[in-house]
Design a protein around this ligand. Sequence first.
Ligand SMILES: NC(=O)c1ccc[n+]([C@@H]2O[C@H](COP(=O)([O-])OP(=O)(O)OC[C@H]3O[C@@H](n4cnc5c(N)ncnc54)[C@H](OP(=O)(O)O)[C@@H]3O)[C@@H](O)[C@H]2O)c1
Length: 258
Amino acid sequence: MLLRDRVIVISGVGPGLGRGLALQCARAGADVVLAARTRERLDAVAEEVAGLGRRAVTVPADITDDDACRELARIAVETCGRVDGLVNNAFAVPPLTDLGTVDLDAVRAGFETNVLGALRLTRLLTPALVEHGGSVVMINSAVLRHSRRTFGAYKMAKSALLAMAQSLATELGPRGVRVNTVAPGYIWADNLKWYFGHLARERGVPARQIYDETAAALDLRRLPEPDEIADAVVFLLSPMARAITGQCLDVNGGEYHH
Ligand SMILES: NC(=O)c1ccc[n+]([C@@H]2O[C@H](COP(=O)([O-])OP(=O)(O)OC[C@H]3O[C@@H](n4cnc5c(N)ncnc54)[C@H](OP(=O)(O)O)[C@@H]3O)[C@@H](O)[C@H]2O)c1
């Protein structure tokens, strides 16, 4: 129960890591405030959290919208009475096109959600986080560790998010707030399962073969699941990590060493 009776705000609660974060925080004893744009999904995850005996407050919000984020911060503090942690998980897929031809407006839109949205929420929740020696975790990506073609816009956004986390660690550390990053690689959740199924059909091989070929490049020979990545986030949010700030923890089954 690393987060017993703490309150954690999670942005971007989708079917993959967002849901896993909500459930692992609840299993660690926290109440959660869940934000994303799709109310139905928030409600479904909130029901699962309630089934674990913890409270979930749902706030439909677009993190690119100032007013919506202000309202999110207000509801979190007024409903739960405190905020101990913030996980910036929300993300919009940037255009997967070479930088030589990518549409600049699409790159700019990616920054709005993936970088400025996280900064906006962090700033709005800073007063509450300062009150309880809080902790912020930015969800990044293994795209930090490679420069494959078509990933340029994604890498630009996530590199900016990492730089921002480090600068915020320096700014907020003297006020007792820690800011860290978790960088997952593959996440074995619905999106990837669908994609591997698609590849398998294209190649006329069993989906398991695609999984095994991919996992062969990881030291642990298996793809991390959402809960396993969420556990690293729970650790960084918890007092166990009280001397850790400005760091990036790669949770990738050993695909890249950093
Ligand atoms: N999936 C992977 O394989 C993978 C690999 C490495 C890193 N990551 C990182 O892990 C994190 C989670 O990825 P995931 O694929 O598992 O996604 P997820 O947690 O299942 O869902 C993310 C959610 O973010 C929400 N969102 C997007 N734009 C938003 C906005 N403007 N305001 C509020 N919410 C917004 C979307 O929900 P709404 O549409 O309802 O708003 C979306 O469902 C991301 O930061 C991603 O970069 C993922």
